[in-house]
Design a protein around this ligand. Structure first.
Ligand SMILES: [Fe+2]
Length: 279
């Protein structure tokens, strides 16, 4: 079962990683660089949508225009060096040893109200473990909202499946086939049996907070019918020492044929995770 653990200040990095690999959901409260990060991201969102009310901007645009602006926003955000620097500073602030940390890119997710503005870039994520595709059990996810969220527009966790297998399509999901652009290949693996949602937990954290959890947790986007869009950011990290030593969360049901070491690059110098470089 997962435990929501609220932390103010920093956690020693080894202890933090152990906690995450044990299934804890960590909430770091009021992380100073995150406040600046949210302000910077808010300014970018306002600029791209040309709006004074980002979370209700969907009422100002039809679906195609909205999705086109989401695309512009996500591309600009991904290239925004200042946003990345602030987010990494936030990780450092809560105790992450950045010198041994590898990560993917900072992704800005937009989850509008209802279905009218749904598209590839705003799609809800169904039940999944990130490890079904990455196969990296040291993978740790960092997640943060830009604007206030509620239980109706957040991310949901199913702690019961932390140590309980769930039948899924990971065994037939091959990253190399996705890269080769084989038509019909599913974008991500998913469950093939009904998910028991009794253990569902919907953390509601505030802008300025950081949620940290194992990529092995079963999680999903909450369908948003709150009338207000959710803007959130996420980054995946891997500790190089843990990856090399095989430390991480338990694998209870992942069967993907490859390990996606090469999704992760050193957060400062961009070099590949040694496990990938050494292949
Ligand atoms: Fe995920």
């Amino acid at each position: 079962m997962s435990i929501l653990r609220v932390v103010s200040g920093a956690l020693e990095d080894g202890a933090r990683r152990e906690s995450v690999y044990g299934g804890d959901l960590l909430v770091f409260k009021k992380v100073p660089p995150m406040e600046e990060f949210c302000a910077l991201t808010d300014a970018l969102i306002r600029e791209v949508f040309q709006t004074g009310d980002p979370v209700r901007a969907q009422s100002e645009f039809d679906r195609d225009e909205y999705l086109s602006r989401v695309e512009t926003l996500q591309k600009r955000f991904r290239k925004d060096g200042a946003a990345r620097e602030l987010f990494l500073a936030a990780l450092g602030h809560v105790g992450v040893e950045l010198g041994r940390t590898f990560g993917d890119w900072l992704h800005l997710r937009v989850s509008p109200h209802g279905e009218e503005h749904a598209g590839r870039r705003t799609a809800k994520l169904g039940f999944h473990r990130d490890t079904w595709s990455s196969n990296v059990y040291a993978q740790t996810n960092w997640w943060a909202p830009i604007y206030p969220i509620t239980a109706g527009r957040t991310i949901a966790f199913y702690g019961e499946y932390w140590d309980r297998p769930l039948e899924n399509t990971s065994g037939g999901w091959d990253l190399e086939e996705i890269r080769a652009g084989r038509s019909g290949a599913p974008v991500v693996p998913g469950p093939t049996e009904t998910v028991d949602t009794a253990s569902e937990l919907r953390p509601v954290i505030e802008p300025g907070d950081l949620l940290c959890f194992s990529g092995a947790h079963l999680h999903a986007s909450v369908p948003n019918s709150t009338g207000v869009a959710r803007f959130s950011v996420e980054l995946r990290t891997v500790d190089a020492g843990d990856a090399a030593a095989g430390r991480g969360a338990p694998n209870v049901d992942g069967e993907a044929p490859r390990v996606a070491w090469d999704w992760f690059r050193h957060v400062d110098d961009g070099t590949l995770l040694p496990a990938a470089a050494g292949r």
